[in-house]
Design a protein around this ligand. Structure first.
Ligand code: G4P
Length: 534
């Protein structure tokens, strides 16, 4: 019986892919997500998921503020099936003003797709998100998008991925023609030219694809002699001078396979997804802390149900005024109404009304497996990082904290509301919505730190909405920060920086500019400067 259950679990879990798409805004993350839904049959026509420019709402638009703005603030997850594989896409908001949630969401992913605009190369936000993937040892596939537009040289882009992100790149496919001439890709794994034709509906429907071997005479006539010679020359160069690829190196985060495509026209999309489900890992085990500072390995199949909270979202449904805690299931099987151990609270708790999400609809899930994301009703008992399990006795590693880049002071407009204000900010900080920093005095002159500026707007909105406190916010002139490790009495402070402490009394320096931070790093060689605190 036990073996039967284990093989059932193993089959379910190995058939799952839980990942995030990371990119700088406008690189094409929404378009690519939409195409994944199109090719999985979840959407009949592309163009439904987007919430930009007043069109249909983004799949994760819940909060009314998000809806008013037409952007996606909260990071959530969607589940659907692509070619018999269960896909869990974690939504990492791509807006310029992303939040700490965006980073934290990556802790729930087993793998990431990094979308790069072929004309722009590796951009700022992509770098930051990639850094989190690297630290978490999350394997990354690189998707170079917009090949139908004039862009940079493909070899140049591969070089930039290597130099900017310090990872080896391997061209898994190679573009045939660039810009207007982009008509297909050469798949270096199956050694075939894949040529595409737009459907009459453009990118809203699948592109027609034909396969040819390079020796097939039709290829020259279809792509032209010049394109053919260029392709042959580049492929020879890649074979001679390019990196090699094996799946272990990819899973270990040493190499990223690079795919050239155009999400808008669907050229290269299907082979990319097919390769993705083959390369991306199924839910992997995680290390957890047990007493005496020891660690244990939580195997996704053989350990009974366990998971951790990576995100808490309040008042997503105004009608019910409830709060949801998003759990990443790390092992075993979840069943509706399961009673689990809440490790921090040291008591049993029933996980009732679990939800999964698709395009703004919540559906109640009866069963879920390691790798899945569920939203459970949170009557205030869940904080970010909480572990729950059937067996108990361990805690998943605490979630990292990320260097805040925006700072402000905040006061209630009405002094009589001080009590509600204090309660509100304390709860929202515990929820992980904001970081509270302080000087020598723990209770006065507090500084509020955020990874994205929008977090402040969300904070003010929620204080008003949930605690009925209107607030006044003053932005402070600091642009970045770092936790420092060393003897702080010997720390040489730069002119425009200040030294404060976080909630756990760890020292953090706020800098006026990135340049100043680099200057401080050079001037304090005995200190460690930390951007992501584990
Ligand atoms: P994001 O989620 O990463 O922010 O990007 P999104 O998919 O919204 O794409 C940003 C813009 O780039 C959109 O154009 C989108 O249509 C376009 N785009 C995405 N992929 C491709 C591609 O492969 N080729 C070309 N030519 N364009 C692409 P927009 O004008 O901002 O919006 P829309 O009116 O087209 O929707």
């Amino acid at each position: 019986m036990e073996n039967h259950l284990e093989s059932y679990l193993s089959e379910q879990i190995s058939n799952r892919r839980t990942f995030a798409i990371i990119s700088h805004p406008d690189a094409g993350k929404t378009t690519l997500t939409e195409k994944l839904l199109l090719y999985s049959g979840k959407l009949r026509t592309a163009g439904m998921v987007r919430g930009r420019k007043g069109r249909k709402l983004a799949a994760s638009d819940w909060m009314s503020m998000e809806q008013e703005r037409g952007i996606s603030i909260t990071a959530s997850a969607m589940q659907f099936v692509y070619k018999d594989v269960v896909i869990n896409i974690l939504d990492t908001p791509g807006h310029e003003d992303f939040s700490e949630d965006t980073y934290r969401t990556l802790t729930a992913a087993d793998c990431a797709i990094m979308v790069i605009d072929a004309a722009k190369g590796v951009e700022k936000q992509t770098r930051k998100l990639f850094e989190v993937c690297r630290l978490r040892k999350i394997p990354v596939l690189t998707f170079i998008n917009k090949m139908d537009l004039p862009g940079r040289d493909p070899l140049d882009l591969m070089d930039e991925v290597e130099s900017a992100l310090k990872i080896q790149s391997y061209a898994y496919n190679w573009p045939i023609g660039l810009g207007k001439q982009f008509c297909g890709v050469y798949d270096r794994f199956i050694n075939k030219c894949l040529l595409f034709t737009r459907s009459t509906e453009g990118g809203a429907q699948r592109a027609l694809m034909s396969q040819f071997s390079l020796e097939d005479e039709q290829v020259v006539s279809l792509i032209g002699c010049t394109e053919f010679d260029t392709l042959k020359g580049e492929l020879t160069l890649l074979e001679a001078a390019g990196n090699t690829f094996n799946k272990e190196d990819f899973l270990g985060g040493c190499v990223t396979p690079v795919f050239f495509a155009s999400a808008m026209t669907n050229f290269g999309i299907e082979p990319f997804f097919d390769t993705f489900i083959h390369l991306a890992p199924s839910p992997r085990g995680r290390l957890a802390d047990v007493q005496n500072g020891k660690e244990i390995f939580i195997d996704p199949v053989t350990t009974s149900f366990s998971g951790y909270v990576f995100k808490v979202q309040s008042n997503m449904d105004r009608k019910h005024r409830d709060s949801l805690a998003f759990l990443r299931i790390c092992s075993g099987q979840f069943e509706k109404d399961i009673v689990v151990k809440h490790h921090r609270l040291k008591r049993d708790i029933r996980l009732s009304r679990p939800h999964s999400m698709f395009a703004g609809e919540r559906t109640v899930v009866d069963t879920a497996f390691a790798g899945d994301i569920i939203g459970v009703i949170n009557p205030g008992s869940f904080f970010i990082g909480d572990t729950v399990s059937l067996a108990g006795g361990f805690d998943f590693k605490p979630l990292p904290q990320f260097q805040p880049e925006f700072f402000a002071t905040l006061t209630p407009k009405d002094v009589n509301k001080r009590k509600s204000f204090d309660k509100g900010v304390r709860q929202l900080a515990e929820e992980g919505a904001i970081q509270i920093l302080h000087g020598e005095d723990q209770f006065n002159d507090l500084i509020y730190g955020a990874v994205g500026k929008l977090q402040f707007e969300v904070l003010q909105y929620r204080l008003q909405d949930e605690y009925q406190v209107e607030t006044r916010l003053t932005l402070l002139p600091y642009q970045c920060s770092a936790w420092i490790i060393g003897d702080e009495t010997t720390y040489k402070k730069t002119t425009n920086s200040i030294l404060v402490k976080d909630r756990w009394d760890k020292h953090i320096v706020l800098f006026g500019t990135q340049w100043e931070k680099e200057y401080a790093i050079r001037g304090n060689p005995t200190f460690q400067f930390i951007d992501i605190k584990y």
